[in-house]
Design a protein around this ligand. Sequence first.
Ligand code: SAM
Ligand code: SF4
Length: 329
Amino acid sequence: MLVDSFGRNITYLRISVTDRCNLRCRYCMPQGGISYKVPAEILSFEEICRIARAASCLGVRKLRITGGEPLVRKDLSLLVRELRSIREIDEIALTTNGIYLSEYARELKEAGLDRVNVSLDSLVEDKFEKITRGGKLASVLKGIDALFAARLAPVRINTVLLKGFNDDEIMSFAQLTRTDPIDARFIEHMPTRLGHGACGDDQFFSAREAKEICGRLGRLIPVDRGSRSTARAYRIDGFYGTVGFISPITEPFCRSCDKLRLTSDGVLKSCLHLPHGIDIKEAMRGGATDEDLGRLIEKAVASKPRAHNLLTMPLGRNSENFSMCQIGG
Ligand code: SAM
Ligand code: SF4
């Protein structure tokens, strides 16, 4: 079992498979992108599977594939298939911007993918284009339909709350849950250096305010997603799907955090907001045994802080190392 210094049991590994992305969301990436890692620095599928296997031997049961945009990585379903063959893993999920989903939903399902989170910040075409700097809403909606067709429901839609941009669409997102198996989740914006300037503090909109707005559609009935869930989930009375609220800023969920992160260039990070991590790729490429990898995973878990430092560290101190697209959100 992987238990950190504060008694939290770590069972969830988020794996970033690329630092590249086909969108440029204003709060995540600068217009010109970031300086990408060269291909040799990025973990191969074999290396990812080896780390996932070592983590599963120590108690990890859930994997999430993320990025950058994971679907820009070629043959992603081969990775899913390989990860699926790890006996101890109960669930494999994917977080995507959805642009390429219509192309890959079916083969991902066949490869063994269990569920998908689609990031979607506006249901209005020109607003979507603006926040993503050029993305096409129609492609994402087609991707969501493809998830239903591939029996990858319920579909989670994750929306980063931005005051003055999409707070007027909270009802529309919640309405998506009326007749379909959709979990509409609202996430508080976290300040990052690379996203700063595009989304400032004046655009912060709390999950609590989003919940109040959803409550206007009907009584909110709590749904139990287990104590480790980052979202507080509710069903609006009479609705089919659920709404969820994720509040890393106003009500941090660090106390129940069960996550470890692996960046696309092979660094294990015990907290999204820590600037440093443990370079497991270097060790692996230097001839580390499976036992050595296990020890490095345990070391990363032991370094997990009690809570994130977002509210105490001035913006910029977390520097170049902190970019959501490199770590995977
Ligand atoms: N490209 C994929 C996507 O957009 O789903 C996966 C990677 S993206 C970094 C993962 C998640 O992080 C997305 O849901 C995105 O909205 C979220 N995210 C990125 N920057 C964020 C920020 N500053 N605050 C809150 N969420 C953020
Ligand atoms: Fe790309 Fe996802 Fe970041 Fe948007 S949030 S720029 S889709 S990595």
